[in-house]
Structure formats: C-alpha cells, structure tokens
Design a protein around this ligand. Structure first.
Ligand code: ADP
Ligand code: TRP
Length: 325
C-alpha cells in the first residue's frame, strides 16, 4: 500500500501534530509492504501565513520533527510540496473538474471564512482542497492517514478524481482516508483541542526551562490541595496518559485520587516525562534545526528528486489525455 500524508508549515510542530499525525504515520510506514510519501505542505501554508522568513523556519521545524521521530528517508519519500511544481500543475487541471458548490459548501472553508470580510477571503482558501487532492493523486496514494477534520477533504479528493476518471478512464488512483478513531484529540493548555490556531499548544522541542513554563500554564480546577482529584477531567493527567507507561499512569491516578497531591506536582511530573521520554527526539530535532541545517536540507533535496520522478509519470498520463502532450 502506498501511504501519503502532509502537514502544513503554518506553525511549529506541537504535541497534537506529533501524537495525532507524525507518529501514527511513521508507525504505518514501517509495516512491511508499505511505501510512504510524507511531505511538508508549505504551499497550503500560504493561505494563512504571508511572511517568508517565518515560513522557512516553520518548514524546517516541521521537517526536523519528522526526522526526529525516526522517519526513514531511505525507505520513504520526504519532500517540500513547493519544490515539485507538478502539485500546482495538477491542481489547476483538477480545478477545472470541480463544481464550484462543492468548494463553497466545504465545512472547513465555511468555518475559516465565516468571520472574515468577503474581500479578505483569498481564493487559495477556496481551492485549498483541490491542491490537497492533487498532492494525493499525484503519487497514486492508496491510504491517507489524517485527523477527523480532514474527512471532507478526502471525500472531495475522491469525488474529483472519480469525475476525472469517468471521462478519461482509470488514470488516477482513488485514495482512502485512514482516520484512526483511537487517536484521541489531544487537549491543549486550556482543555480545548490543541491547535496552533488556539495558541494553546505544547512544543516539546523547547529548551527545558521554557518547556516547564509552558506545562505550568495547563489549566486546572480549584480543588484544594488536600482533597482527592478527578484525573479523568484534568488536562495534565490526560496529557500525561498519552505519553506515560501503564504503570506510570496507575501511579499518578492513585496520587490524584488519594488527595494531598497538588496540580503543581502533577505538572512537574508531566514536564519531566516529556523531557525524559522525548530526550532522543529533542536531541535529534536540535541536530537538524540548529547544529546541522545542511543535513536537513540534504534530506529534503534528495526526497524532492524521488518525489518528482513519481509525480512526472502521473502528469505525463494526465497531459496525454487532456491533449497537452
Ligand atoms: P493545527 O490544529 O495546530 O493547525 P493542523 O491542522 O496543521 O494542526 O494538523 C496537522 C495534523 O496534526 C493533522 O493530521 C491533525 O489531525 C493533527 N492534529 C493537530 N492537532 C491535533 C490534536 N489536538 N490532536 C490530534 N491530532 C491533531
Ligand atoms: N490539509 C491538511 C491539514 O491541514 C494538510 C495536507 C495538505 C494534507 N495536503 C495533504 C494531508 C495531502 C494529507 C494529504 O492537516
């Protein structure tokens, strides 16, 4: 099976991205018989982020996070979307097969633009799902692991690729979304979904003292220290449970339920867990981000060559049937 997924470079990678997207995708990629294509959706980030220097930093950080978590770039293909021009070429073709109401009615588009003045809604936001469809079918992907919020974008991809095939024959591979219902929504500092748009995220790659500062910001209720506490409604405990071993979870649950244990101590436990459990990943991230940016660039360049070779084949087939060749 060919697995493909992308992450936008519109912010620093956070714990939600890592547990919800990067780790599950890497786990799929190591299964025998799977061949994976993972990319940084830097073109998509232009719909929300204009500053070039910031984008460059975020793109490097997202790439370094994939590598820190052990993506094997020999076996898989890993690149920046913007470096393979076939993405935008195919997007244009597919746009000409997309009924406008399909995009107008897309939930993500409606949600993103509902509070904006119409004049400030850029058309990139509107055609966003079609660039995503192009990303996917360009590489003949079978399985696309994504979060629940991406379900509709995958439906759009399937619809548009099917419309294309109905007219020209079996040119494009119709992908399937893989939405792992077990991967829960990781809560952020305020208990809502962790997201860069809510500014409530934990960046596990921060230096120790800053990481601790962020963890201390997790919201907790006002149960007095001496009283027993409900671990199941507490964000610190939930985040701890996502990373800790069963035994560590049992121990911390016991402390909450016994009383005489404060949220401050729980946060310290969580900070230490993140620091120690991700020690290797934190080191690797710094290796690529600060010590050897050239190594990061070399990985991405090698990946881009591999990606382009596959993309060209699809584009050739498409140009052929469309009469551009
Ligand atoms: P953000 O919400 O920070 O903008 P993105 O929408 O760019 O994150 O998400 C990138 C990937 O990370 C997606 O596959 C998404 O499902 C996953 N992801 C993001 N936040 C979370 C979360 N809080 N819990 C689980 N998965 C998440
Ligand atoms: N829209 C996705 C998100 O915000 C990112 C993305 C772009 C993507 N192209 C893709 C995901 C192709 C999977 C496949 O999370």
């Amino acid at each position: 099976m060919r697995i493909l997924t992308g992450i936008q470079s519109s912010g620093r990678p956070h714990l939600g991205n890592i547990l919800g997207a990067i780790k599950p995708a890497i786990d799929l990629s190591v299964q025998p018989g799977n061949d994976s294509f993972f990319f940084i959706a830097d073109l998509h980030s232009l719909t929300s982020l204009r500053d070039g220097e910031t984008r460059r930093e975020f793109t490097r950080a997202v790439a370094a996070a994939w590598l820190a978590f052990g993506l094997d770039t020999e076996r898989n293909t890993f690149w920046r979307q913007s470096r393979v021009a076939e993405h935008t070429e195919l997007a244009w073709y597919l746009e000409c097969f997309t009924p406008m109401p399909m995009l107008q009615n897309a939930t993500a588009f409606k949600e993103k633009t509902e509070k904006m003045a119409v004049s400030s809604v850029n058309s990139g936001l509107f055609v966003y799902p079609i660039l995503q469809a192009a990303d996917i079918v360009l590489y003949n992907a079978n399985i696309v692991p994504v979060g629940k919020d991406q379900r509709q974008n995958l439906e759009i991809t399937r619809d548009v690729a099917s419309a294309f095939n109905r007219q020209y024959g079996e040119i494009l591979t119709i992908p399937e979304a893989r939405i792992d219902e077990r991967v829960m929504t990781i809560p952020g500092l305020d208990g809502q979904k962790m997201s860069k748009s809510y500014n409530n995220y934990i960046d596990i790659f921060l230096p120790e003292n800053e990481l601790y500062k962020v963890v201390k910001k997790i919201k907790s209720d006002s149960t007095p220290l001496e009283e027993p506490k409900n671990p199941d409604t507490d964000s610190t405990f939930q985040l701890y449970s996502l990373v800790a071993s069963d035994e560590q979870i049992r121990t911390l649950r016991g402390r909450y339920e016994a009383g005489g244990y404060g949220y401050g101590s729980a946060k310290k436990e969580l900070f230490e867990l993140l620091r120690d459990n991700y020690a290797t990943e934190r080191e690797r991230f710094n290796y690529f981000m600060t010590e050897h940016p050239d190594a990061l660039e070399a990985e991405l360049r090698a990946g881009e060559e591999k990606a382009r070779a596959v993309a060209r084949q699809t584009i050739d087939r498409v140009r052929q049937v469309l009469g551009f060749k």
